[in-house]
Design a protein around this ligand. Structure first.
Ligand code: NAP
Length: 513
């Protein structure tokens, strides 16, 4: 049995003991084990800061962008292996694994390209000088300099590739060393990718580190100037926020957590717009079995369209083939683990208490898998005609192929329902009325990190409700964690420190130009 080793202090180190199993969620086979027991995290972090950080900061942004390009080449060369690992460990079909594997590679290439155009200086100017004295004799200029700490990534199980690279791209480009801590359930893919990059000897020693499992002292060993970027459940984020290093010592903490995202059909809703919404909801329910933080959980439609949308969803969903991703005809594979399956089934029971089941794949779809104790759950669509009186449908994220349809009376009602997610990653809106789309965008922007507006003109070229593109902000206020990632160069701000420099205009110019 392979025990996934940890790469710290420039060498592979095995954790003590037997470790926790990494499983195939369809067959139940143990694929590997993870252990972080007995590791010296203080020494590992010191090495990353001193060796990795110093070496990365000695390079220009453009040189670091070249490192990202070299990582892209290594990952591309090993794509087939990564798809094989995803199939076994995440239980996903090739198409869904692509969102993770190719999504990670694409994000790295995007930042490689962006970074190649950045300044040769060791800092980035933030805005332009502002006068502090008459005749501009004295002025202030804000600058961003790379943080000297390390970036610890505590990641969720659903994106073992993209989750690492979407963060590492911005951190490494900024000159900040990375310690990746993947979710134990799917650590194998992250581990394999990091191993391939380490073996290719692309990065300075200490720039990229990985710890699999959950080491003692993971947060205790941080310095106040280190950074933590967390992706996972709101409950875990809340407990990490309480750690003294974050709560009292100022370790910067970015959280991407769960989110009850919406799709809204506009009041004008013609058949085209309805078709676009239905197609997108089906995609979001089935891709990665709905295990995407951005997946559509609530669907708001005009009262007059409620029955038609329910029927169209049921019609499309009953044709989805669900089962073991090894079978070529399967479109939707497994959840990540039997414990996730049990959590999803429990969430379904809770929603059943306050809403009707409009489509139940558990009855209407035959699961194609040979193993009895698999983690596969087919899609389930709920409906409630009284969404105002059921807080659970707005609050509970069932992290699987589950969504709830609800009717709205008018535009204000639709937007108010979307806001009841208390802060979400994304809302998508389907309409051919530009005035309504614009109104929705402004109203939803305050409570959503991304607003995805779809009309017939963009139907064929749009990137999808749930696809996180590095060009756009990823994150959301409130229960979505309050974090911000990606969004082009905005992502680099987290890995930099901001300072105002006050001096004579000539001095300021020499600093930034
Ligand atoms: P999770 O249970 O919160 O775990 C996330 C990470 O935190 C894992 O690496 C886990 O390690 C670690 N962890 C858990 N408890 C910890 C503790 N006390 N101290 C230190 N680390 C701890 O979440 P998950 O089940 O992996 O992921 C599903 C959730 O993530 C969903 O709610 C989903 O919405 C959210 N998500 C959000 C985004 C986003 O960008 N907003 C993206 C993907 C997923 P172990 O695995 O070793 O336990």
């Amino acid at each position: 049995m392979t025990k996934l080793a940890n790469y710290l202090e420039g060498r592979w180190q095995e954790g003590a003991g037997a470790g926790a199993p990494v499983l195939d969620p369809v067959t139940g086979e143990t694929l590997a084990t993870v252990s972080a027991d007995g590791l010296d995290m203080a020494a590992a972090y010191a090495f990353a800061r001193e060796k990795g950080g110093t070496a990365l900061r000695a390079l220009s942004y453009a040189q670091r962008a070249e490192l990202l390009s070299a990582i892209v080449k290594v990952l591309q060369a090993n794509r087939d292996k990564y798809f094989e690992i995803s199939l076994k460990n995440s239980g996903t079909v090739q198409n869904d694994s692509g969102v993770d594997v190719d999504g990670g590679i694409y994000t790295l290439s995007y930042y490689a390209k962006l970074g190649s155009k950045l300044t040769a200086k060791a800092l980035m100017a933030d805005g332009t000088p502002d006068a502090l004295a008459r005749d501009n004799a004295f002025a202030t200029q804000h600058i961003l300099v790379p943080a000297h700490g390390l970036a610890l990534f505590i990641n969720a199980f659903n994106f073992p590739s993209w989750g690492l690279w979407e963060k590492a791209a911005a951190a490494l480009l900024s000159g900040v060393p990375v310690v990746a801590k993947p979710a134990s359930a799917t650590a194998w893919l992250t581990h394999e990718m990091v191993k391939d990059v380490i073996d290719a000897n692309i990065l300075p020693t200490g720039a990229l580190n990985i710890v699999c499992g959950r080491p003692a002292g993971m947060l205790d060993a941080l310095d106040p100037l280190d950074l933590v970027s967390f992706t996972g459940s709101a409950d875990t984020a809340a407990s990490l926020r309480d750690h003294p290093k974050i709560k009292h010592e100022g370790v910067r903490f970015n959280a991407e957590t769960d989110s009850v995202n919406s799709a809204i059909l506009g009041p004008d809703a013609d058949d085209d717009a309805m078709g676009l919404l239905v197609r997108e909801v089906v995609r979001e329910l089935t891709i990665k079995s709905g295990q995407k933080c951005t997946a559509i959980r609530r669907i708001m439609v005009p009262e007059s369209r409620y029955a038609a949308v329910a029927a169209a969803l049921a019609d499309k969903l009953k044709g989805i083939t669900v089962g073991d991703p090894r079978n070529e005809n399967i479109r939707m594979g497994s959840l990540v683990s039997t414990s996730q399956r049990d959590a999803i089934l429990q969430g379904i029971s809770q929603l059943e208490a306050c809403s009707d089941i409009l489509f139940d794949g558990r009855k209407d779809i035959a699961i194609q898998a040979d193993h009895a104790n698999h983690a596969i759950v087919p899609p389930v669509v709920f409906g409630t005609t009284t969404p105002d009186t059921h807080p659970l449908v707005h609050q509970m994220e069932v992290f699987g192929p589950v969504a709830t349809l609800m009717p709205y009376r008018d535009t204000d009602h639709a937007l108010a329902l979307a806001r009841r997610g208390m802060g979400s990653l994304v809302a998508s809106v389907y309409s051919n009325d530009s005035t309504f789309l614009a109104q929705a965008a402004v109203a939803l922007a305050e409570s959503h990190g991304r607003v995805h507006l779809i009309n017939n003109d963009v139907a064929k070229v749009q990137t999808g409700h749930g696809n996180v593109m590095p060009q756009s902000n990823h994150g959301g206020p409130g229960r979505a964690g309050g974090g911000e990632e990606l969004g082009g160069l905005r992502a680099l701000r987290f890995y930099h420190r901001l300072a105002a420099v006050q001096s004579a205009p000539g001095v300021l110019e020499a600093i930034v130009n």
